[in-house]
Design a protein around this ligand. Structure first.
Ligand SMILES: Cc1cc2nc3c(=O)[nH]c(=O)nc-3n(C[C@H](O)[C@H](O)[C@H](O)COP(=O)(O)OP(=O)(O)OC[C@H]3O[C@@H](n4cnc5c(N)ncnc54)[C@H](O)[C@@H]3O)c2cc1C
Length: 391
């Protein structure tokens, strides 16, 4: 057994990248694997087997014994920014953006995710100004590269960091070991998971062939241009001024069809322990899709306050927001899934994404619903409607 992250562990690697920044001899590098996910690689000639990388790693996290939902006793809010422009730029109610702006005003450096069209990847960066941090607004549904930004943290500075629950888990372990916790505010979100970059590459080829969109300039995974938050529009602009726009992305866009079918997520995503069982952030945000806000088409953020520090920080921005007290039942109504079932087709999808086959063809051969399944779904929908009307 190796005293490093090469030791197997009970969970799959979640690609958070924190092992690379904690290694005292820089023996770990993060690179993209052949399945399109960031993975650490240990240089055995350099590694001293000190085991510190295991202390921050999600692979060795155990599920809690009490099996209680983490958010059961937390304060829950529905909230949105009073600034309509912030709401428009953001995925849900813009609380993520308001937290960052407030952090900057209190002398925190902010750390969030941008999409880089030239490198065609997402990465965390540090921002000292509101102008730079504006690019953090809006969810980017790809794994972000963390190691560049996370390795710049200094003991004498304060940071507000937003990331996936697994990135924030690794980071919490890191700042605990470094004894830097007082300097950090950590924010995460209810996370569906992150899909393979192989999907993204195929999607780009598909946009070029079928929509004449070539070298990317900007991508909005959560555009609110058509004013229908629940349907979610996706927009991609290329450098020549061509544009792809799908107003009902959750239903009709090819990238989202694959992403939401859970057939090409990171190995750790379907049974992620950080979705409902454990959470390491001070504040968790999410889309408040559920019953209570089903008719809101501008966007509402769900906010759960997990620590005293999170409560204090949120109290300070409350006057910039409209907030409504919500219950744990409201949260559950909005965030139903604890784990995802991995369909048999997932391995076929991953296999085909590695071949020359076009994305549209892979869709037809794998996740496109058959006539029988479409009929079944229609019957299920009608039954659900009947049931809800009789409630
Ligand atoms: C990969 C992914 C999966 C998600 N899955 C769900 C889900 O299943 N259910 C749900 O309710 N909400 C989910 N969310 C969160 C949701 O999309 C919104 O981010 C959340 O509702 C907060 O919205 P907001 O308007 O307050 O802030 P936003 O404007 O969305 O800002 C949120 C912050 O997210 C950060 N961010 C953006 N992309 C990434 C990324 N790829 N990795 C790490 N951080 C990123 C930005 O730095 C920004 O600070 C997911 C987000 C991502 C990125």
């Amino acid at each position: 057994m190796k005293n490093s992250i090469q030791d197997k562990g009970g969970n799959p690697c979640c690609s958070c990248g924190v092992c690379a920044i904690i290694c005292p001899v820089s023996s770990i590098e993060i690179g993209m694997d052949e399945s399109g996910f960031y993975r650490p690689k240990v240089n055995e000639d350099v590694c001293k087997q000190c085991g510190v990388c295991k202390e921050v790693c999600y692979k060795y996290l155990q599920s809690p014994e009490n099996n209680q939902h983490f958010f059961k006793d937390k304060k829950i809010f529905g909230a949105w920014s009073k600034d309509e422009d912030v709401v428009k730029m953001s995925s849900s109610g813009g609380v993520g953006g308001e937290l960052i702006v407030h952090g900057l005003s209190k002398g925190y450096l902010s750390c969030g995710v941008i999409f880089e069209p030239e490198k065609e990847r997402c990465q965390h960066i540090l921002a000292e100004s509101k102008e730079v941090a504006q690019a953090f607004c809006g969810s980017k549904y790809l794994q972000s590269f963390t190691a560049g930004a996370f390795s710049q943290f200094q003991p004498d500075k304060k940071y507000i960091v937003v990331g996936t629950p697994c990135q924030i888990y690794g980071l919490r372990q890191y700042i605990k070991l470094k004894k830097w916790e007082d300097n950090f505010i950590l924010v995460d979100f209810f996370c569906h998971g992150t899909p393979s970059y192989l999907l993204w590459q195929k999607y780009k080829e598909y946009l070029k062939t079928h929509h004449d969109v070539d070298a990317l300039k900007e991508v909005w995974f959560r555009s609110k241009e058509n004013g229908k938050w629940h349907e979610n529009a996706v927009r991609v602009d290329d450098t020549t001024g061509n544009r792809y726009f799908e107003p009902e992305a959750f239903k009709k866009d090819l990238f989202f069809k694959f992403f939401l079918s859970n057939s090409c997520l990171n190995d750790s995503c379907p049974r992620c322990l950080l979705r409902h069982d454990i959470c390491s952030s001070d504040i968790r945000v999410a889309d408040f899709w559920g019953g209570k806000y089903k008719d809101n088409e501008k966007g509402v953020s769900l906010v759960a306050l997990n620590t005293k520090k999170g409560e204090g920080f949120f109290a300070e921005i409350k006057e910039r927001l409209v907030t409504e007290n919500c219950t744990f039942a409201d949260l559950q109504d909005s965030q139903r899934h604890r784990y995802y079932i991995v369909h048999k087709r997932a391995s076929k999808v991953m296999h085909l994404l590695k071949t020359d086959m076009e994305l549209l063809e892979i869709y037809k051969r794998t996740i496109k619903p058959t006539l029988r399944n479409r009929l079944k779904e229609r019957v299920r929908k009608q039954l659900r409607k009947l049931f809800n009307n009789n409630k």
